[in-house]
Design a protein around this ligand. Sequence first.
Ligand code: PLP
Length: 451
Amino acid sequence: MPLLFSSTNGQSPAVTLREAFLRGLAPDRGLYFPEKFPTLAPDEIASFASLPYHEIAFRVLSKYTSGILTDAELAAICRDAYNFDVPLEKVANLDRVHILRLDQGPTASFKDFAARMMARLMGKFLREDGNELTILTATSGDTGSAVAHAFHNIPGIRVIVLFPYAEVSARQRKLMTVLDGNVRTVAIDGKFDDCQAIVKRAFGDPALNHLPLSSANSINIGRLLPQSVYYFYAASRLAKPGEPMVFSIPSGNFGDMMGSVVARQMGLPVKKIVASVNDNDAFPRFLASGHYQKISPSRNSLSNAMNVGHPSNLARLVAVYGGQMDETGQINRAPDLAAMRRDIFSSSITDHRTRETVKDVWVKHQLLLEPHGAVAWRGFLDSLADEPLGDLPAAILETAHPAKFPEEIEKILGFSPAVPAAIAAAEKLPEKFDHMSAHYDTFKQYLLERH
Ligand SMILES: *Cc1c(COP(=O)(O)O)cnc(C)c1O
């Protein structure tokens, strides 16, 4: 019996992983989530200590794929997708604290982890069905390049990426606009929220029903599950068997953070999840007050991949704690807030404190962080003031490579980070993208004309 996934809105039938994957959003506009989490025995988790990353990915994800993929197929996909380093960097003079660098993939952000897995699985499902699909995705920077790269040249799939023209750095933009082939990029004169709203509307538009559309945003459960793997990996390197960890995760749409919740639901001992945000502070306010008010329009911050006014994954988090939140952010059943506060800490880090942190961490620890990682670091320090770490191990996630933010790092530290080979190669290629206003009808016309 394969595992079933139900919608957080509770109005659509439960489906298999395969279907949840291909649909993205449930028909009732809710998000798919496992009805019941598969678990890993403590011995099995302890055995990860000696395994390479791709093997841990296989052990974790195979709990979800039985009846959908053979073990041999999944193992091969994991080996192929995770062929890069996942460094854990020790922090000098902070006992048992490490930086988990998730920035060594082809587009130098943690989004490569999910996108590469998803592209391989989707490509396989479509080949089996003889179907074709258009992936429509909105990006605040890193999703677009990770998705475009991962799906580039996969037969049967077209990718259309929408990005807010003025909010994406030139380097972030180049990583997605130089690919061509089955990948199209569209610059929108608007914010990330406008891009996301256009994508959501396209999915719900009956006039587009005849187009096979799917999403690669973190609303897709296929994005979320692979993001649980690096928490197991970090614990396997840093924690003694059974010892709980603290993870600090810079959060925007809360997909990365939900990966840690999934890992915990599967049996990984986790003491605290620190989910820090930039000026888009809807979540820490909710955690403190129990009242949820989305930020609209979202606020621009240095950590631009986290400029999200209404994190869609909160619907899943609320569900884990027994509540129900719909896609607009309306809470129809309150979650267990006391339990949430016990498990999760969240603070909002201003741009001023973010810059200060990049500088401090460089001066005190000789570690280079970019703005997203700096939000995670500072949020971690805030959490220590709330609850000391004791002698438990902690991992602070660095979600992008500092070279993605050369202007900002130069301003703060007076030098420009060395550029990884993958980024340097993209910079030399010609860009190609379309450009339009944030009006839904303009985009709809564009989509219809190109099919
Ligand atoms: C997307 C992104 C985030 C936020 O991740 P969510 O899953 O949206 O919370 C953080 N840092 C970087 C560099 C990102 O690209």
